[in-house]
Each structure stands twice: as structure tokens, then as C-alpha cells.
Design a protein around this ligand. Structure first.
Ligand SMILES: Nc1nc2c(ncn2[C@@H]2O[C@H](COP(=O)(O)OP(=O)(O)OP(=O)(O)O)[C@@H](O)[C@H]2O)c(=O)[nH]1
Ligand SMILES: [Mg+2]
Length: 690
């Protein structure tokens, strides 16, 4: 795949569910010539939603990679799912991509999940452009959505297009084309050719004022980024489109602005200009700063690799398609080159990996390639030790890149194989599903024969259950889903952990004093720190810290995984002859147990953030229903005849909410929910754990 690095774009399409990502992708593939037939989500015929589960549901579940040419560039694109249960797919894609296209529905504006994916893109420093889709729909509102991008996402949007009209054909001033504010032209897309033919005309008189207004606004927003442009504007001279594009590019790459375009993917309007914008404004791998990692043997030493072919090879495994005949590992190559039939190092696991085959991936099709270089995305078959988030690098030049963090699971469900012969089959199948999905967990309980599976939501677990049946021919009995609880401690407690015992005729002595306390800013497990410089001599201090950290991975008093707990090692007693490492391990374990008892426990439950869009007349019903579910309503926004309710409620009270919601609004409301935080569970739930 040798080519000029400047002519490569690795981009992701991200958005709220149903905004039109897969439809936009499908159109891009068609206009670029990479696919000869234009598929539709509603018919289950798109290239990227190739999985039968996706086709039946009409939603994307797994991120899919495709490649196509545009202008003088090669575009590698990942179509991601919008449903919050599959957020891991967005996380891993954004971690390895260079730029993003964020799709909004002009009718719904900035929705809950648009905010989430926007923040994810911020986290990874991904420059992006925005596409306001569905301009053909009743109630489509370009200005409203544009303002929400500015206000709700706190972005700096710059419109480089505005729509000509809005809404479906039967309305007056229906949506019919777009005005290009850079070239100051009116673009229409011939429907006979499915939008393939574009007419570029002068702006019609009735749209001239609108175009001038937005053109001026665009230039004003670009003032501060270019003196040359500012001077031309002040002199009232025409600013050449090439200069505008150059300034737009610079500012987008530095994430100072977000160019905004619009169209209707379904009606074939506005896709080619969006593709132009991808190549003009989004970064090539060469525009990105060098990747940073650490020396795997000395993690305080930072190492960088420039995005160049002549640097040593490094890449990151970001996705796995598990398969009985050999997993397919997706790798983003950051530097150097990688050949088939070579070896690479997995520095995190300190294992050499054989790299037998390299594959170029086009959704569900693959083509073998002999070599890949910096900037590429490649599939490798034959790796044995690597999992998602692992680095692969040149065996002679180790570098360990930062791994990918995935969110905690919030919901669990017990499942059982139909027969004991199927039990082994089930265990193998779950193992494969776990390999490809880092937000899916499964743990067998030897005593009950049940397996507890956990994931990100009801849909996530339902899809897993379907997969077991369709892909593995396993019919499992399922129990009711329940919330994945966590626990933390209630109050600070100082305790003394002791070891005074005889072992093998030898006296063991150690004492450790610790404080265990709630730590709201902490994550899963416990954070262990020494209380000062010489609280305990080494190696005992390290032994105690490691021992306490390890204990923290187990459950708390109620048997749920611990989180938000801090332990400070305050001091201890060392005996000249009777203290050793084993004694301190015992003392640490004793301190941990006593600490949990003394600090008390608090059961935590997942709290979800909800966003409900409902016709105004049903608003009251929704509010009273939410109150019964222990919800706190955080915001109400009015958009035309629709009301948008934002609330937070415990997941435990939201099972089956989608059908309740349909009942309340005769199917006219839509809702999205995502995990917001863990909060204290009510006492009666906590009591049931004791
Ligand atoms: N009216 C109209 N409908 C559209 C447009 N684009 C997409 N749709 C429809 O909106 C629905 C969702 O489209 P998708 O392309 O699957 O949306 P998505 O963002 O990929 O959805 P997920 O992958 O499930 O998050 C489908 O019924 C599409 O036909 C558009 O521009 N106008
Ligand atoms: Mg999709």
C-alpha cells in the first residue's frame, strides 16, 4: 500500500444513533466508485452494516472499516455505531483515527449521544467537521442545530455551506440543494443519477442575501487565523477560495474551528462536497504529532515515533474479530513498515509475535497484502498473545503505547446452557465474544452452573444472546437482567493489621497501620499511597502497597467490586529477626479486612443519563412517570412542538423503559440513555445484599 502519506485520510464517522452515519458512508462508497450499487439501511443492503443482526435491526452494532479513493487521496473510514451500548466501538475507533466527521440530524439537533462522542473526540484530540444531515425532513432546522453545536458542544462551528430550503418536497421552500460559501455557488444534485451529477450554478437571487450574510460571517470567523485574509476583507477585496480553504484547513487541524456542511444523505444531496471537505480539511497521518509511548522496561522514559516509513515499526491493536480459525486483529500502524511473514514484539506482554498474514479490510471482505506502512490500518491473522489495546513494535526498538480504556459494565444477566454437554461449548463461545468486545464480561459460577454475563445495556446483552444462537447454535436459558452493583466505603477508618503467628517453627511478626476512606475521584478498585516518606522500610512498603492493591481487586463487604476507595499506609512495626515479606503480606491482608469492617460499606448502583424527545402534549405524563422511577429532571428544552427532557435515574428503575415510553407517547417519543455515574443505592436494596 505504498503511497504518499499526505494523501491518506484515516477518519471516523460518529454521531447519535440514527443520525445517518451508515447512509452517509454508503453514499461515499458509491460516489467514489468503491461500490457499484447504492444500498439502503432500511433494506439491510449497506456495505458497512453487513452483519445479519445489524440488517435486521437497522442499526450499526460493530465498527466497520472501508477504504475508497477521493480526489487525489485514499480515505480509510470507520463507520461507528451510535447506540450507547456499543460505545466501545467509538472509543477504540477514535483512539486510532486522525479525523472525524460528526453527523447531526437537522430535525433532532445535538442529541445526547452526539455530546458523548464529541467529548470522546475531544479526549483523543481528533479534529473534525460537522455534517447536518436530514435537511429533507419535516422540522429540519439548520440554524438551530448550528447554534446547538456552538452552545451545547462549546465548539466553534464555521458554516461553509448553508441549505437552500428545508423540509420535504411538499412544503413551501423545500430542501433542494446547498450553497457553497467558499466558492459562492449553488449546488444541486440530479436525482436521476442518484446525485452523482452535480450542477454548480450562480446563487439564485432569492438566496443571495442569505448567502452574503453567511459568507461574511464565515470570513469574520477566520479573521484571527490569517492576516492575509483579514486584510483582503478589510479592503473589501474578493478572498480567493484557495486562501479560504487553506485557512480553514489550518484552523481545523489545530481544532480551533469545526467547518459545518449540510445535506440529505437519503436524498443524495451534499455528500461529494463533504468528501471534498474530508480531503481538504482533515489531517493526514503526516499532520499528526509523533506518537508518544514509554520504554517498556523503564516506564518513566518517554519515546516518540514520527509518522514516517523510515522510523522503526509501531502500531496499536484496536479491534479483534474473533474466529474459530484464527482471530483477525485490526492494527493502526503509526510508524515504519510491517511485512507479512515477519516478527513483531508485543512489549506489554514481553512476547514475540509471528505476523504471518496481512489483510486489507473492506467491511466483510479481505484482500491479502504483502506489506503495510506508517498511517495504514491493517488486519493481521495469526497473532497469539495480543488483545485490544496492545502495542506491536519492532523487536529491536521497543515502545509501549498507551492502551485503550473502556467503560465499566452496568448490567448483568445470568445465563445457563441447556445441557451439560453444551456447557463447554458455551464457555468457548463466551471466550471468543469477550476477545472481540472489551465491554463484555462473562464469569462462570462453578457451584450453580450459571454464567453471569455483563455489558453496557439491555440491547448489548440481547445481541450477545442472539449471537450465541445464530453464530454458535447455542440456545441458552436466560434470567432477568439486573444491575451491576459496586460498593465503596462509608467513612474514614484507621486500623492496625497484624501478623503474629508461627509458621514452620518460625515466628512471624509484622504490623501495618492504614487508613481506609471514601475517595470520590477514584476509579475501580482501590488507590493505595504511602502516608509519607519513610512510613515503612523497603521492601516491606512495596509489599504492603501491592498486597492492598491486589485485595482491592476483589469484592468488598457486600461481595461487589470495590470502587472509589483510598488506602493510606500510615506506618508499622518491623521486628529485627521475625519480620519478613510473608509476614507483611499477612499483615496487609489483615489490615484490609479490618479496614473494610471499620469503614463500613455503601452499595453503589449505576445512574443513567436520559434524554427524551417527546411531543409537548405528552410532557406531563413523562415527567410524572420519571418521578416514580426516582429520576431527577435536570433540564427541559423546547424545540418547536417537541420537548426535550433531560434526567438522571437509577438503571434499576429503567428496565423495559423503551416500551413504557412508547406507551406514554403512542410511539412518537424517542429516548436515549447512557451511564452517567455510580450513586448510592437505596437502603432496601443494600439490605438485600447482607
Ligand atoms: N429523511 C432522511 N432520512 C435519513 C437520512 N439519512 C439517513 N436517514 C434514515 O435514518 C435512518 C438511520 O440511518 P442510518 O444511516 O442507519 O443511521 P446511523 O447513524 O448509521 O445509525 P446507527 O448506526 O444505528 O447509529 C434510516 O432509516 C435512514 O434511511 C436523510 O438524510 N434524510
Ligand atoms: Mg450506522
Amino acid at each position: 500500500m505504498a503511497r504518499n502519506l499526505e494523501q491518506l485520510r484515516n477518519i471516523g464517522i460518529i454521531a447519535h444513533i440514527d443520525a445517518g452515519k451508515t447512509t452517509v458512508t454508503e453514499r461515499m462508497l458509491y460516489y467514489s466508485g468503491a461500490s457499484h450499487r447504492m444500498g439502503e439501511v432500511d433494506k439491510g443492503t449497506t456495505v458497512t452494516d453487513f452483519d445479519p443482526e445489524e440488517q435486521q435491526r437497522g442499526i450499526t452494532i460493530r465498527a466497520a472499516c472501508v477504504t475508497f479513493p477521493w480526489l487525489d487521496c485514499t480515505v480509510n473510514l470507520i463507520d461507528t455505531p451510535g447506540h450507547v451500548d456499543f460505545t466501545a466501538e467509538v472509543e477504540r475507533s477514535l483512539r486510532v483515527l486522525d479525523g472525524g466527521v460528526v453527523v447531526f440530524s437537522a430535525r433532532e439537533g445535538v442529541e445526547a449521544q452526539s455530546e458523548t462522542v464529541w467529548r470522546q473526540a475531544d479526549k483523543y484530540g481528533v479534529p473534525r467537521i460537522a455534517f447536518i444531515n436530514k435537511m429533507d425532513r419535516e422540522g429540519a432546522d439548520f440554524d438551530g442545530t448550528f447554534n446547538e453545536i456552538r452552545d451545547r458542544l462549546e465548539a466553534n462551528p464555521v458554516a461553509i455551506q448553508v441549505p437552500a430550503g428545508a423540509g420535504p418536497p411538499h412544503v413551501k421552500e423545500a430542501f433542494r440543494g446547498v450553497i457553497d460559501l467558499v466558492e459562492m455557488q449553488y449546488l444541486t444534485f440530479a436525482s436521476e443519477s442518484l446525485g452523482k451529477e452535480i450542477q454548480r450554478n450562480p446563487i439564485p437571487a432569492d438566496l443571495a442575501d442569505l448567502a452574503e450574510l453567511w459568507h461574511g460571517e464565515m470570513l469574520e470567523r477566520l479573521f484571527e487565523f490569517s492576516n492575509e485574509l483579514a486584510e483582503l476583507v478589510l479592503e473589501k477585496a474578493t478572498v480567493p477560495p484557495a486562501l479560504i480553504r487553506q485557512v480553514l484547513r489550518e484552523a481545523t487541524l489545530h481544532r480551533l474551528i469545526v467547518p459545518v456542511l449540510c445535506g440529505s444523505a437519503l436524498d443524495h444531496i451534499g455528500i461529494q462536497p463533504l468528501l471534498d471537505a474530508v480531503t481538504y480539511f482533515l489531517p493526514s497521518p503526516a499532520d499528526k504529532p509523533p506518537v508518544e509511548g514509554v520504554d517498556p522496561k523503564r516506564r518513566d522514559v518517554t519515546i516518540i515515533r514520527k509518522p514516517r516509513v523510515d522510523e522503526p515499526f509501531c502500531g496499536l491493536v484496536f479491534k479483534i474479530d474473533a474466529d474459530k480459525h484464527g482471530d483477525l486483529h485490526y492494527v493502526r500502524v503509526y510508524s515504519g513498515e510491517l511485512k507479512a511473514n515477519s516478527r513483531a514484539l508485543n512489549p506489554g506482554k514481553d512476547k514475540k509475535e509471528n505476523v504471518p498474514q496481512l489483510w486489507h479490510i473492506q467491511a466483510d471482505r479481505r484482500e491479502q497484502v504483502p506489506m503495510v506502512t506508517a498511517g495504514d490500518i491493517v488486519g493481521i491473522i495469526g497473532l497469539r498473545h495480543s488483545i485490544t489495546g496492545d502495542t506491536l513494535c519492532d523487536t529491536q526498538h521497543p515502545i509501549l503505547l498507551e492502551t485503550i480504556e473502556f467503560p465499566e459494565t452496568v448490567i448483568s444477566m445470568a445465563i445457563e446452557a441447556e445441557s451439560s454437554t453444551e456447557r463447554k461449548k458455551l464457555a468457548d463461545a463466551l471466550e471468543m465474544l469477550k476477545r472481540q468486545d472489551p465491554t463484555f464480561r462473562a464469569q462462570e459460577n462453578e457451584e450453580t452452573g450459571q454464567t453471569l454475563i455483563s455489558g453496557m445495556g439491555e440491547l448489548h446483552l440481547e445481541v450477545i444472546q442472539h449471537r450465541l444462537l445464530s453464530d454458535y447454535n447455542l440456545n441458552v436459558r436466560v434470567h432477568k437482567p439486573r444491575v451491576s452493583y459496586r460498593e465503596t466505603v462509608d467513612r474514614p477508618a484507621d486500623v492496625l493489621g497484624e501478623c503474629h503467628r508461627q509458621q514452620g517453627g518460625q515466628s512471624l511478626f509484622a504490623e501495618v497501620r492504614i487508613r481506609m476512606e471514601p475517595y470520590p475521584q477514584g476509579g475501580p478498585g482501590v488507590v493505595v499511597v504511602p502516608g509519607g516518606p519513610n512510613v515503612l522500610p523497603e521492601p516491606y512498603l512495596s509489599i504492603v502497597i501491592d498486597g492492598l492493591t491486589e485485595q482491592g481487586h476483589g469484592g468488598g463487604l457486600l461481595g461487589c467490586p470495590l470502587m472509589r476507595v483510598k488506602i493510606t499506609v500510615l506506618g508499622g512495626q518491623v521486628h529485627e529477626t521475625e519480620s519478613n515479606e510473608i509476614a507483611f503480606r499477612y499483615a496487609a491482608s489483615d489490615a484490609f479486612k479490618k479496614g473494610l469492617q471499620a469503614a463500613g460499606s455503601v452499595l453503589l448502583e449505576p445512574i443513567m443519563r436520559l434524554q427524551i424527545t417527546t411531543p409537548e402534549e405528552n410532557l406531563g405524563d413523562f415527567i410524572s412517570d420519571l418521578q416514580q422511577r426516582r429520576a431527577i429532571i435536570t433540564n427541559t428544552i423546547h424545540r418547536g412542538r417537541l420537548a426535550v427532557l433531560e434526567a438522571e435515574a437509577p438503571l434499576a428503575n429503567l428496565f423495559g423503559y423503551s416500551s413504557a415510553m412508547r406507551g406514554l407517547s403512542q410511539g412518537r417519543a424517542t429516548c436515549s440513555m447512557e451511564p452517567a455515574a455510580y450513586g448510592p443505592a437505596p437502603q432496601e436494596v443494600a439490605d438485600s445484599f447482607v
